[in-house]
Design a binder for this molecule. Structure first.
Ligand SMILES: [Zn+2]
Length: 309
């Protein structure tokens, strides 16, 4: 991030960036900070934090920073991109730059990306585009080749711990679990802690583990029924199952110090003692595959049934 800010000071910033990294790493916050630097009146120390433009950026009212998202639609299509193109043609209001932050690049359809590329053949001097995206898969090669890629890595467990203890001093009992489950993404802690249903869902997913590891029809219906009941959160249930299976495999290999669900260790040990290691690996791989199926819009019931049988 500091390199990007320095590039503004040196007048070396470019027109197009992709910020790639996990949700929960606050890429939007980083994009806003960079946009603040790009639009600040005092380039040498941008973002100065004191000029009128900086104040507006902080209040999210800087007219020269445009946030682009699909609104109530599912994706950003070619038409929306064409409308944006017209906006790009209008000069900045007060700053030397006009920054467009595309909040979720995964929403860009292929047609939209193509319109975008055309805009890019000759972007106005003042325009800067930032695409925020979790992984690069949805972007066309031609887009990737024209944008400067900034990868945001996960942070260390020590930093996640610092973040949680600083912001949520009351979270002492499950601190170790939280640090491990967040896997280097501090924003995950915000999501989990603010979610009242998280622990219930995790406990219920653990209870369903028996059915998941059995291959009879009754168990299969029990798993798919559970998935149906929690349709909106099935992806998260799969996350739990993946992490439980991983922990069981670790326990079977004597690496208990590495398990994520430390608070559920006793229950997981029982599974580790009872289950055949080959079966656990197989189910674990299948669960990961089910998650990929869901990402391709296979329906939940079908994915759950396939997983359980
Ligand atoms: Zn400023």
């Amino acid at each position: 991030m500091q390199n990007l800010i320095n590039s503004v000071h040196d007048g070396l910033s470019s027109h197009a960036y992709i910020f790639e990294g996990a949700k929960g790493l606050d890429l939007r916050g980083s994009a806003r900070l960079f946009a603040a630097a790009l639009t600040c009146r005092d380039r040498a120390i941008a973002p100065c934090g004191a000029c009128q433009v900086c104040k507006e950026t902080r209040a999210d009212t800087n007219p020269d920073i445009v946030y682009v998202n699909s609104g109530d639609k599912k994706s950003i299509g070619a038409e929306q991109m064409r409308a944006l193109e017209e906006d790009v043609a209008i000069k900045p209001f007060a700053a030397a730059r006009k920054v467009y932050i595309i909040e979720d690049g995964a929403q860009l359809t292929e047609a939209a990306q193509n319109v975008f590329l055309k805009t890019f053949e000759e972007p106005p001097e003042y325009a800067v585009f930032i695409i925020i995206i979790e992984n690069l898969a949805p972007l066309l090669e031609t887009v990737l080749s024209r944008f400067t890629l900034i990868h945001f890595p996960r942070v260390s467990d020590a930093r996640v711990k610092e973040y949680i203890t600083g912001k949520y001093p009351e979270e002492t009992d499950r601190l170790d679990f939280l640090v491990r489950y967040c896997a280097g993404i501090p924003g995950e802690a915000d999501r989990i802690i603010s979610d009242e249903y998280f622990e219930t869902l995790r406990a219920e997913s653990l209870e369903k583990l028996d059915a998941l590891f059995s291959s009879d029809r009754i168990s299969a219906f029990s798993v798919s029924g559970f998935a149906e009941q929690n349709k909106d959160r099935f992806n998260e249930i799969l996350d739990f199952w993946i992490s439980f299976s991983r922990d069981i495999i670790l326990l079977q290999n004597g690496s208990e110090d590495k398990i994520i669900n430390i608070d559920k260790k006793t229950e997981l040990e029982r599974f580790a003692a009872r289950l055949d290691p080959g079966t656990v690996v197989k189910i674990s791989e299948k669960t990961i595959k089910a998650q990929k199926m869901l990402a391709r819009y296979v329906n939940i019931k079908a994915a759950a049934m396939w997983l359980a049988l």
